[in-house]
Ligand binder design. Sequence first.
Ligand code: NDP
Ligand code: OXD
Length: 315
Amino acid sequence: MSLLIAMTQWHLESWRERFRRHLPGMEIVALGEPFDRRSVRFAASWKHPEGALTGLPGLEAIFSLGAGVDHIFNDGRLPEGVPIARVVDPDLTARMSEYVVLHCLMALRQQRRYDRQQREGRWEDDRDQPAARDVRVGILGAGVLARDAAAKLGALGFAVACWSRSGREVAGAEGFAAAEGLGPFLARTDILVNLLPATPETDGFMNRKVLEGLARDGRLGGPHIINAGRGATQDEADILACLEDGTIRHATLDVFRTEPLPADSPFWSHPNVTVTPHNAAMSDPETICALIARQIGRLETGEGLENLVERGRGY
Ligand code: NDP
Ligand code: OXD
């Protein structure tokens, strides 16, 4: 019985060592080395190469090593019928909320302006500092991450709303659903936070049309956007053009269509763009291995997997 580590990018041997500790008795094998394909029961994936999970007749579950699963669905030869589970972890969730709260506060408290003034040696305060309650944050998504961020922003006083496919209720936030809810949601939003997954439906979602729908009467001198979901959900040419013509005032981007962000990307040097290297919410590898070991334990005892992904929806 073995678990296959099917990943690119990360350091294989440290993951193997962790899985060995959390799953004593399980053989841990990896792509790129000879292994018995018939004995693989579980796969742990992060951006595995296309087709890497085919020809594994005993495969019972695929575990994403992250919260997102777009990297798994990018594989056009994914074996059918095998359940896919993702990471839902309070530590990761808390880190994402830190990121969202940090960047909403940066906008609210005009921190970039004061940084600039400090560099220029200028003492100039703003007597028109809005309160958090004067600023409307709109979160795209009402899932695990959006709900926690909404609660923490709400505790600071921000006026929070969430928009999602189903319009599911989020405590302390106004709810908007589907295509009909999008216009009113955008029209009441000063800071747009994207926490949508990358799916065929959300591809390029943050485009000019959406950005033009944001509130024009806010207290921040123009709309701000924060994307900590996935780069595929943003239209990067539209974002740049909207920054140029003032449709949006500032973009904080943790994720990009091409990562690492190419050296010649105009985002690097744009004065109204904040770039972070896809680390809004790092997953703790130790926690993830423990989570997968627990999931395998649940399968062995017949309890079934948690945090399953719906293939039809892509998240
Ligand atoms: P969830 O699956 O819990 O939530 C996804 C939310 O998106 C749901 O509310 C869902 O609506 C909504 N949604 C999906 N598709 C659509 C659509 N077409 N239209 C409207 N709403 C839609 O995911 P999480 O909150 O756990 O994570 C969100 C994403 O964050 C991950 O998929 C990942 O890509 C990204 N992420 C980024 C990290 C980083 O470091 N930058 C770290 C971790 C995650 P409904 O509720 O109706 O189903
Ligand atoms: C994730 C990520 O999906 O780090 O967990 O982006």
